[in-house]
Ligand binder design. Structure first.
Ligand SMILES: *Cc1c(COP(=O)(O)O)cnc(C)c1O
Length: 360
């Protein structure tokens, strides 16, 4: 038998997550992965690489707990928030039996993680304002163990209405886990649901150092939840999920100085976002700009595929969202440095203007 045939059916059927890195490209302006545009310098302080690391390094856990305003036993650290997604599914969903619910257009890893685990996916698309279809979720809840809600949502950019989150948390109480993916919460900190953890023992919040903390290459993310849920996830996580250098740098990023530096970066990026949006308003090929509470802006463009390709050929790499439900003609632009935002605007303004009839 060929190895391919020996693989699980769920794996053979899988389309891997199309990460920005896998999609390739040869650019000098990388605005396709919502990364922070500039590297932050760190030096290693731990030299004991002969020893295994702590499973949950104390300095990282206490640092994040202090930053997030929760108790240390409500924090789990993992290899990116993506590992948190996988751990939640493996902890709560019986393969071949239970389902997850998510609300497209949204982040792609919920379905990828469910499918690799043999867990069914149910989709309840968001409404015309990218808000939750609560009746649709209620109708799908029977047999679903986890509901993923990304807020602010990637790629649309808006926060999910808190009243709707409350309704969702009430309707799922005792039935399903609700995961609020807050990967971009540093760009709108007032919108966090972390203060709700005390009221809702089935609420789980995902966080990451990959976006505002400028550490996507570190691979470090956090899950916030009741101590009871964290204890369950700790049964499933690998014994050494973080290498010693990762824990070392994460602990430095979470000191009061590290957090203050992150907040300054956010202030700068929000100014750059203003510049980008103002420029997009005056750009002929831009049809629609969606509100953003994040470090990216979703736009609908005339002839978006041609524009995407043209910018790609000029070394400006954006993220094409055209294939996502409801996002025809949409590209997602990460907010970069001032210069990078200007490069995008200049390139977009040089696009030949097409009439609607010519728009493929
Ligand atoms: C980037 C991102 C993540 C993944 O974060 P990592 O910590 O890099 O794994 C999770 N959720 C959303 C919505 C993201 O955009």
């Amino acid at each position: 038998m060929k190895s391919e045939e020996l693989a699980r059916a769920a794996v053979r059927a899988l389309t891997p997550y199309q990460s920005a890195r896998r999609l390739g490209g040869n650019g000098d302006v990388w605005l396709n992965a919502n990364e922070y545009p500039e590297a932050v310098a760190f030096s290693l302080t731990q030299q004991t690489l002969n020893r295994y690391p702590e499973c949950q390094p104390a300095a990282v856990i206490t640092g994040y707990a202090a930053y997030a305003g929760v108790k240390p036993d409500q924090v789990l650290v993992s290899r990116g928030a993506d590992e948190g997604i996988e751990l939640i599914i493996r902890t709560f969903c019986e393969p071949g039996q239970d389902a997850i619910i998510y609300c497209p257009p949204t982040y792609g890893m919920y379905s990828v993680s469910a499918e690799t685990s043999g867990v069914a996916c149910r989709t309840v698309p968001t409404d015309e304002n990218w808000q939750l279809d609560l009746a649709g979720i209620a109708a799908q809840l029977d047999g679903a163990k986890v509901v993923f809600v990304c807020s602010p949502n990637n790629p649309t950019g808006q926060v999910i209405n808190p009243d709707d989150m409350r309704t969702l948390l009430e309707m799922t109480r005792g039935k399903a886990i609700v995961v609020a993916d807050e990967a971009y919460i540093e760009f709108c900190p007032q919108a966090t649901l972390s203060g709700w953890l005390a009221d809702y023992p089935h609420l789980v919040i995902l966080r990451t150092l990959s976006k505002a903390f400028a550490l996507a290459g570190l691979r470090c993310g956090f899950t916030l939840a009741s101590a009871e849920i964290i204890a369950l996830l700790l049964k499933v996580i690998a014994p050494y999920p973080l290498s010693t250098p990762v824990a070392d740098i994460a602990a430095q990023a979470l000191t009061p100085q590290g957090v203050a530096a992150m907040r300054e970066r956010v202030t700068t990026l929000l100014l750059n976002r203003r510049q980008l949006i103002d420029g997009l308003r005056d750009t002929p090929c831009v049809e629609q700009i969606f509100d953003s509470e994040t470090n990216y802006v979703l736009v609908r463009l005339t002839a978006s595929s041609a524009v995407f390709k043209s910018l790609w050929d000029q070394g400006i790499i954006l993220r094409d969202q055209n294939k996502q439900p409801g996002l025809s003609g949409c590209l997602r632009i990460t907010v970069g440095t001032r210069e990078e935002c200007q490069r995008v605007l200049d390139a977009l303004n040089k696009q030949p203007s097409l009439t609607a009839a010519e728009n493929p």
